[in-house]
Design a protein around this ligand. Structure first.
Ligand code: PBG
Length: 325
C-alpha cells in the first residue's frame, strides 16, 4: 500500500540535491559573443537584444576585461563595418573593424581567455549572404571557400586563437585548415559551426549586425526537420580537421546536441542564439518569468544535452551568478 521506491528522498534538502546533481555549469564553459561597430565612439544598444550592445573599440576592450574577471572561457567577436560590398572585402582587410577588434582584444586579454572570431562573410557583404554570389544570384560554394581562406588567415593574423566558420559552405573546414597551415598558422584552432539550422531565432542578430539580407539562407543552412543530416555535417567537419564542433541554435535542437555529442571525439559547443536570449529577456521584462532561474535552467539543459561549451549572451552575468553559488 506504501511505495517501496521513494525518489523524493534525494530531493529533500538543498545539500542532498547538490550532492546528487548530475550536471553543472562552470564559468569557464561559457563563451560570450560580442559585437563591435566601426565608426562609433560609444556603445550602441541593440533594441531587440536588451542588455547587449554594439561596442566601440574602447568599450569592447573594457567588456573583454570584465568577461575575463568573471571567469568566462572565451569571447566570440562579430564585426559591423560601415561599408559593405559584394565580396565582403572588409572581412579580410587587416584594417577592417573585426580584425582591428581582434587585435585590440588579443592585446588586452592575452592568454587570460580564448579569443575567437566569427569567420563568415555575411557581416561584410552588401547582399547579406554568407558567401559570394554567382551571376545568377545563387551562393557559389567554391568561390566562397577561396574568400573564407583569406578571411580565416586575416583573423588569425589579427589575433584570433580560434576561428569559427559559420557559413555552412561544403568543405569550409578543410579549406580553412589548409589555408591556415600554408600561412604558418598551424596553431590556430577551428571551432566549426558544423550544424547550423535555418532559424527564425536569428532575428535579433540580424539587427545586431545590421544585416541587409533579402531572402533566406535555406540553400546552405539546414532544414530544422533534419537530424541525420546534422550527424553527416559533423562527421565531415571532423574529417576535415575541426578542433571542436558546434550546434546552433541550442534550445530547439537539444536532441541534435545529444546526438552529435555521442559521435564527436572533440569538444562540442552549442550556441544559445539571439532569439533565445531575447525571448527570455522579453518575458522577464514583463514579469512573466524569473529571469535568473530561467537563464540558469536553459544553460543547465544545454550542458545536460551534451554540450561542453555554451555560447551565450548571458555569459558574464551567468558566470557571476555561478560564482555566487
Ligand atoms: C553568421 C552568423 C549568424 C549568427 C552567428 N553567425 C547569423 C545567421 O546565420 O543568420 C547568429 C547568432 C545569433 O543569432 O545570436 N555569420
Amino acid at each position: 500500500m506504501f511505495p517501496t521506491h521513494r525518489p523524493r528522498r534525494l530531493r529533500r534538502t538543498p545539500a542532498v540535491r547538490r550532492l546528487v546533481a548530475e550536471t553543472s555549469v562552470a564559468p569557464r564553459q561559457l563563451v560570450l559573443p560580442m559585437f563591435v561597430k566601426e565608426g562609433v565612439t560609444a556603445p550602441v544598444p541593440i533594441a531587440s537584444m536588451p542588455g547587449v550592445v554594439q561596442h566601440d573599440l574602447d568599450s569592447l576592450r573594457r567588456a573583454a576585461v570584465e568577461a575575463v574577471e568573471a571567469g568566462v572561457g572565451g569571447l566570440m567577436l562579430f564585426g559591423v563595418p560601415t561599408s559593405r560590398d559584394a565580396v565582403g572585402s572588409a572581412g579580410s582587410d587587416p584594417d577592417g573593424i573585426l580584425n582591428r577588434a581582434l587585435a585590440a582584444v588579443a592585446a588586452e586579454v592575452g592568454d587570460a581567455t580564448v579569443v575567437m572570431s566569427d569567420c563568415c562573410l555575411d557581416e561584410f557583404t552588401d547582399h547579406g549572404h554568407c558567401g559570394l554570389l554567382a551571376a545568377d544570384g545563387h551562393v557559389d560554394n567554391d568561390a566562397t571557400l577561396l574568400a573564407y581562406r583569406e578571411l580565416a588567415v586575416a583573423q588569425a593574423r589579427a589575433g584570433a586563437q580560434v576561428v569559427g566558420p559559420s557559413g555552412m559552405m561544403d568543405g569550409q573546414v578543410g579549406a580553412i585548415r589548409e589555408a591556415l597551415d600554408e600561412a604558418d598558422l598551424a596553431d590556430t584552432a577551428i571551432l566549426a559551426y558544423s550544424v547550423k539550422y535555418t532559424s527564425a531565432f536569428y532575428g535579433p542578430f540580424r539587427d545586431a549586425v545590421e544585416s541587409q539580407l533579402v531572402g533566406d539562407r535555406r540553400t546552405y543552412q539546414q532544414d530544422p526537420a533534419n537530424a541525420r543530416e546534422a550527424l553527416r555535417e559533423a562527421t565531415l567537419d571532423l574529417a576535415e580537421g575541426a578542433d571542436a564542433v558546434m550546434i546552433k541554435p541550442a534550445m530547439s535542437y537539444l536532441d541534435v546536441v545529444r546526438q552529435v555529442a555521442e559521435i564527436a571525439d572533440v569538444p562540442v559547443a552549442a550556441y544559445q542564439i539571439s532569439g533565445e536570449y531575447s525571448m527570455i529577456e522579453a518575458a522577464a521584462a514583463n514579469g512573466w518569468l524569473d529571469r535568473r532561474a530561467a537563464v540558469l535552467e536553459t544553460l543547465t539543459s544545454i550542458r545536460r544535452a551534451g554540450a561542453d561549451i555554451v555560447l551565450t549572451y548571458w555569459a558574464v552575468e551567468a558566470a557571476r551568478w555561478l560564482r555566487e553559488g
